[in-house]
Design a binder for this molecule. Structure first.
Ligand code: AMP
Length: 557
């Protein structure tokens, strides 16, 4: 069988991926692996992706976006003198992905796995299959999107889960540009089942952009008495600016927004100039984010876990890059939040893994270096008693963040004219610093300001276990950077080093063995895991001997 590909046919963006040496890779289509699901119909044919999206403003009457919302309905698009079904528009997107991938790999693309939302009904699934056929593809399988994302996370986290493991319950939280989906999945012995889903088909990044757009409009009205809502071009620029600002606020605590010559009023040019703080943005979107958490809770209830506990949350969708999303999920569910995979690619990469599994390609473990522990600061929290030493831990860079990484947070001075700030850095997961590990500390002299003035703290964490802590006072030139050394930098690389090839082989053998030898191998594996130094070498030799003796053992009847 020829090689198979995985396709995430998304509402806003699509991705096509395949396996390279057993690991999923998204293919660049016209320079980017993320292809906007926008189609422009010209007299010459269909144009798909970035170019179509760029021309959409000029030719909205010739463009289709979000066709996925119409799949399985009798809707018809009237474009460029033609009538088009949603299946045909989706087929045009799939066809562009197919040809793009053929150009990128030099191989024919025929066998594919296409992902669909878990809640898609029969008509929507049949429409997707038909779109695939029309694009000249052979659809090996339709795969639920959350299941697809979980396949990638599994390859990172527990590629060789022992056969005795308990079923795992995952929450896949997918917040994209225009839709929100949450699913509860049970994974047991490699079998994945979607236990419950919930969502909102009209909630996502676009709504967050709208909030900032409204903020800009309010500012123009308040400062200059201008209302550009009738000016289509000005509104398009403001909307783009809103999205850019939102994305920049994921990486910084404040963004200066400047747009000149936005419009003209009575011959006078109008400019926009304001500062947006991350905190302001978070307050604007908080009710929307809370509604996603409520839906996640509902999905958990519907899944009837009956004593089983949620083991982790996997993040999917571009909007999960907003730091507040992760913080809220951590508060709500108190379990590990995983974001090791690019949230825009997770579903497509999972589809490539599924395609590989179906065609018998070997699938390897994915190595990602992540922070083994959260890093943060000592702050005064609500539970701290007046007069006593504050004991609250405020994480800045959270566990499982892909390294190297930079994270920025805002803190506030306590007293008026505060003269100094003791920056104390801790590592750990406990809410109290006294239960975490102290990494280091330094003094930062402050310019006198009123109480509750902001202080910007940046943590830049590299793969060598060095964290550069930079503190600055917004509105002043006052800044200081100190490098601190942190033990246990990368978790994944470390785990990979620890799990030798011999151990991997021995683990793969476990399932094939009869109970007697299996118990013996489990004992040897336990010994190996506990051993250090030269004892570890001896334990590894014992494992290897066992493996060589039992390698050819027949499968248990
Ligand atoms: P998706 O539909 O999964 O491709 O997600 C697209 C959405 O993610 C759009 O609304 C983007 O503006 C948003 N997005 C992408 N990157 C970021 C970021 N760094 N911070 C916040 N939102 C982002």
């Amino acid at each position: 069988m020829s090689r198979a590909f995985g396709i995430d046919l998304g509402t806003t963006n699509s991705v096509i991926a395949h396996l390279v040496e057993g690991r999923p890779v998204a293919l660049p289509i016209e320079g980017s692996p993320i292809v906007p699901s926008v189609v422009l119909y010209t007299d010459g044919g269909a144009v798909v992706g970035r170019e179509a999206r760029n021309l959409e403003l000029q030719m909205p009457e010739r463009c289709v976006r979000s066709v996925k919302r119409k799949m399985g309905t009798s809707h018809r698009y009237a474009l460029a003198g033609r009538e088009l079904t949603p299946e045909q528009v989706s087929a045009d997107i799939l066809s562009a992905l197919k040809h793009g991938a053929e150009r990128a790999t030099g191989e024919p693309v025929r066998d594919v796995v296409i992902t669909v939302p878990a809640y898609f009904d029969d008509a929507q699934r049949r429409a997707t299959l038909e779109a695939g056929e029309r694009a000249g593809l052979h659809v090996l399988r339709l795969l639920n999107e959350p299941t697809s994302a979980s396949l990638v996370y599994e390859r990172i986290l527990a590629p060789e889960a022992p056969s005795t493991a308990e079923p795992e319950i995952l929450l896949v939280y997918d917040l994209g540009g225009g839709t929100f989906d949450v699913s509860v999945l049970e994974v047991f012995h490699g079998v994945r089942e979607v236990r419950a889903t919930a969502g909102n088909t009209h909630l996502g990044g676009d709504d967050f952009d709208d909030k900032l757009l409204q903020l800009f409009l309010d500012e123009l009205k308040a400062s200059q008495g201008v209302d550009p809502r009738e000016d289509i071009r000005a509104m398009a620029r403001l909307r783009r600016l809103a999205e850019e600002t939102k994305i920049r606020l994921s990486a910084d605590i404040a963004v200066r927004v400047r747009e000149e010559f936005l419009t003209r009023v009575e011959g006078k040019p109008i400019h926009l100039d304001l500062e947006v703080r991350r905190r302001t943005f978070e307050e604007l979107i908080e009710p929307l984010l809370e509604s996603t958490v409520a839906l996640a809770r509902r999905a958990i209830e519907d899944a009837r876990l009956e004593g089983q506990a949620l083991s982790r949350v996997c993040l999917v969708g571009g909007s999960t890059r907003i730091p507040r999303v992760r913080a809220l999920l951590e508060e709500a569910f108190g379990v590990d939040i995983h974001e090791e995979v690019d949230p825009d690619l997770a579903v497509g990469l999972g589809a490539a893994i599924q395609a590989g599994l179906l065609t018998g390609e070997p699938v390897e473990r994915i190595l990602v270096d992540v922070a083994a522990h959260s890093l943060g600061m000592r702050v005064i929290g609500e539970e701290d008693r007046l007069g006593a030493e504050p004991d609250t831990f405020a994480p800045v860079l959270r566990r499982n963040t892909v390294l190297p990484a930079v994270r920025v947070e805002e803190f506030y001075t306590v007293v008026p004219q505060q003269e100094r700030l003791l920056v104390e850095v801790f590592q750990g997961e406990a809410p109290r610093v006294s239960e975490n590990t102290r990494v280091g500390a330094f003094d930062f002299k402050l310019e006198p300001r009123p109480a509750s003035s902001p202080v910007r703290v940046e943590f830049a964490y590299d793969l060598n276990g060095v964290v550069k802590v930079s503190v600055s006072q917004p509105g002043t030139t006052n800044a200081k950077t100190v490098a601190l050394s942190v033990a246990d930098a990368g978790k994944a690389a470390q785990a990979a080093r620890e799990q030798s090839a011999v151990e991997r082989k021995a683990r793969a053998l476990l399932e094939r063995l009869a109970p007697g030898p299996r118990a013996e191998l489990e004992r040897l594996l336990g010994q190996y895991a506990a051993a250090e130094g030269s004892a570890r070498e001896r334990a590894e030799e014992a494992l290897l001997d066992f493996f060589l003796d039992h390698e050819a053992e027949p499968r248990e009847p």
